[in-house]
Unconditional design. Structure first.
Length: 213
């Protein structure tokens, strides 16, 4: 009996498509379009989430600025001894001209412990004025004065003080500058320490010894 001849079965062999086949190109284009649509959708979702978050933070910030929780009408319940007092340049100079001890005069006015604070811009203003304010500069470098570090440019102190009390309602502003006082009066709950009749006087302070308008 003779041998049976076997023919090759080409259907059993795995056939590969030509890399230049049009079907491969079509599938690749479809995949690219699908990935692009998914990226656009995720990007839109992220942007929407960021916009909502930014809006939420903006509303919270504005609401907290307009209605701080520690304010009772125009009085600030967050204020209490020891009082933290931000000093302006002219307040320090006028205190020296009136021969007043800053620490003693503050205690006599507020009847409590006081912590005088000077910002970097106030010290910068005193240094800029030169020899005329050398005594004031020597006084503010006393270790009993607390230093407030500010990161803004320049040495203009008025804007810095207004920004500080806008953000934190736990300070008293000590100034004799009329323009600065008018700006501070627009901020609720921030008392002003000034000099009147050769002594310190406080305004907009609950149970204050004196009220200057």
């Amino acid at each position: 009996m003779g041998k049976t001849r076997r023919t090759k079965k080409f259907a059993d062999k795995k056939r590969l498509l030509n890399p230049n086949d049009s079907r491969i190109k079509k599938n690749a284009e479809k995949l690219q379009e699908k990935e692009k649509k998914e990226k656009d959708l995720t990007k839109d979702k992220v942007n929407e989430g960021m916009e909502v978050k930014e809006l939420y933070n903006f509303i919270n910030k504005k609401f907290s600025e307009m209605n701080p929780i520690h304010l009772y009408f125009s009085y600030n319940t967050a204020l209490g001894p020891p009082y933290q007092i931000l000093l302006d340049t002219n307040f320090i100079n006028l205190s020296i001209q009136n021969k007043m001890d800053i620490f003693k005069s503050m205690i006599d006015c507020l009847l409590a412990k006081c912590i005088p604070i000077v910002t970097d811009c106030v010290v910068g203003e005193l240094e800029k004025f030169g020899l005329k304010y050398r005594l004031a500069l020597r006084i503010v470098k006393d270790p009993r004065f607390k230093r407030f570090y500010c990161d803004h440019r320049g040495t203009y102190a008025d804007d810095c003080l207004v920004n500080i009390v806008n953000q934190h309602k736990c300070y008293i502003i000590a100034t004799c500058d009329k323009q600065l006082k008018s700006r501070i009066r627009k901020i609720p709950g921030v008392p002003i320490l000034t000099i009147a009749s050769h002594k310190y006087a406080i305004e907009r302070m609950p149970d204050a010894m004196s009220n200057v308008k």
